[in-house]
Design a protein around this ligand. Sequence first.
Ligand code: SF4
Ligand code: SF4
Length: 302
Amino acid sequence: MPHATMIRDPIGSDEALSLLGREAVSFMDGPANSNRSPDMPERAYGIPFLGVAAGDDGYWDSITQVAGERHWRPLEAFAKAFPDSGAQARDLSVVVIVCPQTDRTMADHKAAVGFPSERWIRSRFFHDLIVGELCDHLAGYLNALGYMAMVPDHLADFATYPHPRFQIASTWSHRHAAFAAGQGTFGLCDALITKVGKAHRLGTVIVNRRFRPSPRPYTEPYEYCLYFAKGGCKKCLPRCPVGALSEAGHDKTLCGGFLNSTTPIINGRFPDLEGAYGCGLCQANVPCATRIPGPLAAKRAG
Ligand code: SF4
Ligand code: SF4
């Protein structure tokens, strides 16, 4: 296998990660990345890119302090898949994959008011078959090279649970992993604002190989959000059809209620999307939809 010798380069090599990135791009150029509609023959998600956090980054302890002990540290998740590996936290890398929504989806969703666009609904509904399979593919790619790699949210005991502060939390947060991997900071609406904005899907792979961690060019969790930077913006608030966004943040209960209410309407319009739900209106037609907003944009867009 030609990749095997190419990727087995010294620890810390940027080239090894770029090879993995190319594998991700190649997968997303393929048939899995589809909205599965004859009316939408184009790709469902744009070109993915990767970031890395070290398995022993101090941020994992911070997450656990905030989200509670049910949130896994990378080694806890890894050990569930590979209980006999003997790996230490310092041996692991957390590779985060960012899959942006496409320009076409964003154009449709920008125009949508009160109810999500079909392109958004479809990319949301099929994301397990697209981003989820991309993560499985990358883990398989690394496993075939002799590493141990796994996808934390594909573990059998991955779960969401009620949380006193966040209403709902999960045993693994892609958004926090992406924050740790230098990919962006949170917005007032809870989404992660990255260099391509906050309209994206995230995935994670944990592997027992040390890649060089990505730079984290911020210090505060909400640094890229204009509301927290300047007290202004709040453009995401009126985008929400049920008032789930306010200066107090994101009311997940209201949001979840609206998401559930979309299912019968979606099923009536698109019979092939049984059980689908969606919204994401707060992620389009706002300054942080497709970029880091404001004065940090040019500085952090690289
Ligand atoms: S729309 Fe404005 S207030 Fe809302 S998350 Fe984006 S930058 Fe922050
Ligand atoms: S996803 Fe929809 S319902 Fe939830 S906060 Fe955003 S706009 Fe509101």
